[in-house]
Design a protein around this ligand. Structure first.
Ligand code: GLY
Length: 306
């Protein structure tokens, strides 16, 4: 039986300013188009989420790939994970500084390594040995982010109180997909949080936290302040609710509610099951999202007054 494919992407959840709305919508639309080029011709969910996330990493608008937030030392340090719901194979990279598309390196780990996770220099060596080009860290840095870090560090004391407020940018990107064979997959990629300590790893590249996929439950990608999301293993928490018979729409909203009530976290989630049902939820002022099926395509960045 052929299944109708579904693709859902997100481009971060925070107080996206009015002046950046168009760029975010264009970014998620392009990512949906990139993923659908795979899914629409009968390709794998795993390939579709990789291509959708590459499109978002290559767009300077988002906190992923080039244009990411800078860490305390003024460097870009990237994390990414990709996971296959059919086999539970996964590949993750953490704290890489010389890879423009970390999700490509994560995919190579999934496909070509007996290991699941590589960090730092070892991740870069693995990537280079498997045909992923390395770049200079400066190639990933853009003037907007140099200025953002400079401003943040100049007012560090004032920012301390609102460092993890929903207004602070968390433009982590991700995608979940269902293919015509009935398999689901997920991928998430991020530059992490602004002014993070070098070596700090967030939720995005950790299985079950920022990303998860299991055909028996659901595929999930989260965005937002990583530490609370990690503590709750939120992507897996949400997927498990779907396994208990709940709709992904309900489970996504419950997960974000749990994030807020249990650890005062904020962020967003996309959640998709192998029946093609999906949910999108966030508790930040805005979240950029897009989806496509054979019947419809939609995107949004609705404003919530918090
Ligand atoms: N959610 C991205 C991070 O906290 O690193």
């Amino acid at each position: 039986m052929t299944i109708d494919p579904v693709l859902v992407v997100h481009g971060g959840a925070w107080a996206i300013p009015d002046g950046m709305v168009e760029a975010h919508l264009n970014g998620v639309r392009s990512a949906v188009a990139a993923g659908w080029r795979v899914l629409g011709r009968g390709g794998l969910a795993l390939d579709a989420v990789e291509e959708a996330v590459v499109a978002l990493e290559e767009d300077d608008t988002f906190d992923a790939g080039r244009g990411s937030f800078l860490n305390r030392d003024g460097k870009v340090q990237l994390d990414a994970l990709i996971m296959d719901g059919a086999t539970l194979r996964a590949g993750g990279v953490g704290c890489v500084e010389h890879i423009a598309n970390p999700v490509r390196a994560a995919r190579k780990i999934l496909s070509e390594s007996p290991h699941v996770y590589f960090v730092g220099e070892g991740a870069e060596r693995f990537a280079a040995e498997h045909g992923i080009p390395l770049c200079k860290n400066e190639d990933l840095i853009i003037p907007r982010e140099v200025e953002r870090l400079r401003e943040f560090q100049a007012h560090a004391e004032e920012h301390r109180a609102d460092l993890f407020a929903p207004t602070i940018s968390h433009d982590t990107v991700g995608a979940v997909a269902l293919d015509s064979d009935g398999n689901i997959a997920a991928a998430t990629s991020t530059g992490g949080t602004l002014n993070k300590a070098p070596g700090r790893l967030g939720d995005s590249s950790l299985i079950g936290c920022g990303c998860f996929a299991d055909n028996k439950t659901a595929a999930a990608s989260t965005t937002g302040w990583g530490e609370p999301i990690m503590k709750l293993v939120l992507a897996k928490w949400a997927a498990d609710r779907v396994a208990s018979g709940n709709a992904p729409e309900w489970a996504a909203a419950e997960a974000i509610d749990y994030l807020k009530t249990r650890v005062n976290g904020h962020g967003g989630i996309i959640l998709l099951d192998a029946r093609g049902r999906f949910g999108i939820a966030h508790n930040t002022p805005r979240m950029a999202w897009g989806y496509k099926t054979n019947k419809e395509e939609n995107w949004g960045i609705e404003r919530k007054d918090l």
